[in-house]
Design a protein around this ligand. Structure first.
Ligand code: 13P
Ligand code: SF4
Length: 374
């Protein structure tokens, strides 16, 4: 027996299909930096390389940020990855300054895991519709109403929401964690992405009571238009991020996190792929698979992201000039209240220990045993 998704009132702007109100992204688009001219671009990169050395700093970039910030991270000994590996790399790296290119929750997670390090972001105001749509007070009240449930929270949330969680997950480990909890008879309170929650419920059969948030980028993918595209490219495989609606996931040949999509594209022997995730991932997909063609899945094009493509306006706020400026001046530092950070760290540590244990072949059941609500 599974529980239905319930609607929870938000104080923050919510998302078009749920409430009819719009998550306002104008502020973010207004702060997307202009593309530097070629000479300026090279000069900025050289300045960043020098500052990274001088400041004992390392770059940690997400796959959705500008290709320059992905390439520079790799070239200078940093990392470009999904949100799970960003957290692990930042925690384990010896550098005393981490420069996180992505969105706010990624910088906060890095700071929570390494409170002694300085965490800088090109623009710490870069947020996420899932984070905006899950205010800590309302979420805490929701948890209070369901004390019998194990609280599983997606990484795309504030430190205060994480502090209420038993488990943190990213899209690359959510299925494994919920599946193991379900096998132990746990009932789940899930937040905030309803599409990812629906997907996990359908895959695991777990009893999940879900918050009602969505990613404005992935929520834009449309199944009817995708079916037409599939008809036009009969040999193509469809790769979908699980923050997408169920009707889009139903058309997928592979469903996965950003790293899961990359792995599927390398593994599958098709020549053409249709990709339903942020267009930022295309850079890595194309670099790693030079002989393969990647086609963007169709969106509603109603302006919640850019007019006709799926690109996160907050990820787009990260640019070379701001990155150089924060390295130079120390502006853009991420702060997390130490007491809150200590509490929020508990579910993050569990996620990192769980995924490390799985990699070593330890059984998922023993990795979740004894943790979370009764
Ligand atoms: P990943 O955890 O797959 O990197 O995704 C993060 C994210 O923000 C997806 O929209
Ligand atoms: Fe949040 Fe979606 Fe942007 Fe990812 S792509 S950071 S989930 S709004």
């Amino acid at each position: 027996m599974t529980s239905a998704v319930i609607s929870v009132d938000y104080e923050q702007p919510v998302l078009p299909p749920v409430s009819g109100t719009v998550c306002d992204t104008r502020h973010a688009w207004a702060r997307v930096p202009p593309e530097p001219a070629p000479a300026e671009r090279e000069a900025l990169k050289a300045r960043i390389r020098r500052l990274l050395r001088e400041r004992n700093a390392v770059m940690v970039s997400h796959y959705y940020v500008h290709p320059d910030l992905q390439d520079l991270a790799e070239e200078t000994g940093g990392l470009v990855s999904d949100s799970l590996e960003m957290a692990r790399f930042g925690r384990d790296h010896a550098a005393q300054t981490l420069v996180v290119s992505g969105v706010r929750f990624m910088g906060e997670t890095a700071k929570i895991l390494s409170p002694e390090k300085r965490v800088l972001m090109p623009d710490p105001d870069a947020t996420c519709s899932l984070d905006l749509g899950c205010p800590a007070d309302a979420f805490s009240a929701f948890c209070d109403q369901h004390p019998d449930r194990t609280v599983v929270v997606y990484a795309n949330t504030s430190a205060a929401v994480k502090a209420r969680a038993d488990w943190l997950v990213t899209s690359s480990c959510a299925l494994d964690v919920v599946s193991a909890l379900h096998a132990q008879g746990r009932k789940i309170l899930w937040a905030p992405d309803r599409h990812l929650g629906d997907y996990i419920r359908s895959e695991t059969g777990a009893d999940m009571l879900s918050w009602d948030g969505a990613c404005i980028v992935h929520d834009e993918f449309k199944s009817l238009e995708l079916e037409l595209l599939i008809e036009a490219h009969p040999g193509a495989k469809v790769l979908v991020h699980p923050e997408s609606p169920a009707s889009v996931i139903a058309l997928a040949d592979a469903v996965g996190s950003t790293s899961g999509i990359l792995a599927a594209a390398q593994r599958m022997d098709a020549r053409e792929f249709i990709v339903a995730t942020d267009t930022g991932l295309l850079h890595k997909l194309r670099t790693l698979n030079p002989g393969k063609t990647f086609i963007e899945a169709p969106t509603a094009g109603n302006g919640a992201t850019c007019k006709s493509c799926a690109h996160c306006p907050w990820m787009a706020m990260n640019g070379l000039a701001d990155l150089a400026r924060v390295l130079e001046t120390g502006e853009g530092e991420v702060h997390v209240d130490p007491a809150l950070g200590l509490r929020a760290r508990v579910p993050i540590d569990r996620m990192l220990a769980f995924t490390a244990g799985l990699k070593k072949g330890q059984p998922a059941g023993s990795l979740v045993a004894g943790i979370g609500a009764a």
